[in-house]
Design a protein around this ligand. Structure first.
Ligand code: DAH
Length: 344
């Protein structure tokens, strides 16, 4: 029996010697050392031996089983390490390589400028009108009639204003001023609002003009509002928007919905008033229109001009953005060139 065990032991050792993989080792263990393996079937014969033989053969059997176990374990460990090394080598990543950059979206410069202007006016106590009081598709009634714009005013001409085919008096608004009427129809003074939004004009597109652009309208109606309040608010706005105390001038002008009316110029930010191409040599840049709300406009919405007065203003967002960031072509805002947009 001992010889039998020895033979099995030797052939097991030979197989372990030849084994190449973890899988081979597992198979050898199964073949020799499992419950149904070769050693166990021989060990079953131990019970027929004398006590003496049992002791020596039994001890020998245990000894070689342990020996095989340990050999298998060593080999297993060796193969495991080798496989692991190979895997680590194959899956190796170079943590010093530079990463791929993921392009980030940005807030459009016009939205940035709008937000900036809106924030300044909010800090001066203005609130933004609800969108339903400032629609882009308007009737002539809100875009012109109620704003005291005469029926024969050239701005109403189809060459300037987009009329909708659906009905003769529907227009794409040519100005945000219509929001003034919606607000005053829906709210009693004191009213202190701004209305940012898109406007449309039937223009030939060039570096200075696009057939849609953006405006911010302002309206302040209360008791005892004076032209002094208007100047104070707009000077403060310009100081905050352009970032320093910059000379302004209020030039007498005309708008049908304000009386008196003015246009506000700011000293040219390119040449500091010396005269350059941007300001056409004048040293001044026109930035907005404004005035005291016309008595006819107040009466139209049922506000008593003997009790209340107000001022209004309107400015172009593109123009303000172009002046601040020295952008020389309005079309850059709209053709989505990443190289342009990435600069903001
Ligand atoms: N709506 C005028 C325009 O589009 C701008 C404007 C001027 C608005 C004077 C006003 C204002 O509210 O008082 O040119």
């Amino acid at each position: 029996m001992k010889t039998q065990l020895e033979n099995i032991y030797n052939s097991a050792l030979a197989e372990i010697e030849k084994a190449q993989t973890i899988n081979d080792i597992d198979e050898i263990r199964l073949k020799y050392l499992s419950r149904k393996g070769e050693f166990n079937s021989i060990k079953k014969g131990l019970k027929d031996l004398s006590d003496d033989e049992k002791r020596t053969v039994g001890a020998f059997a245990n000894q070689i089983t342990e020996e095989l176990e340990s050999q298998l374990k060593t080999k297993h460990e060796k193969f495991y390490q080798a496989e692991m090394n190979e895997k680590l080598q194959k899956d190796r990543i170079d943590i010093t390589l530079t990463g791929k950059s993921i392009p980030m979206g940005k807030v459009h410069p016009l939205t940035q400028t709008t937000n900036e202007i809106v924030t300044i006016f909010q800090n001066l106590g203005f609130s933004v009108v609800a969108p339903n009081l400032s629609p882009e598709v308007e009737t002539e009634y809100y875009n012109f009639d109620m704003l005291n714009v005469p029926k024969d005013h050239p701005a109403r001409d189809v060459q300037d204003t987009f009329y909708a085919n659906i009905a003769g008096n529907v227009v794409l608004r040519s100005q945000t001023s219509g929001a003034q009427i919606h607000v005053m129809e829906n709210q009693k003074p004191p009213i202190k609002v701004i209305a940012p939004g898109r406007v449309y004009r039937n223009e030939n597109v060039n570096a200075r003009k696009n057939n849609f652009f953006h405006q911010i309208e302002g309206l302040y109606v209360d008791k005892d509002i004076t032209f002094g309040d208007l100047k104070g608010v707009l000077n403060e706005f310009i100081r905050l928007y352009f970032g320093s105390a910059r000379p302004t001038r209020f030039r007498s002008s005309f708008f049908p919905f304000t009386e008196p009316s003015a246009e506000v110029d700011v000293q040219c930010i390119m040449c500091q008033g010396k005269g350059c191409r941007t300001c056409s040599g004048t040293g001044w840049l026109e930035v907005l229109g404004c005035g005291m709300v016309d008595v006819n406009v107040l009466k139209g919405v049922g506000i008593d001009p003997d009790v209340y007065s107000g001022f209004a203003f309107g400015m172009g967002v593109e123009r303000l953005s172009m002046l601040k960031y020295a952008i020389d072509d309005i079309r850059l805002f709209f053709n989505n060139d990443k190289r342009f947009l990435d600069q903001f």
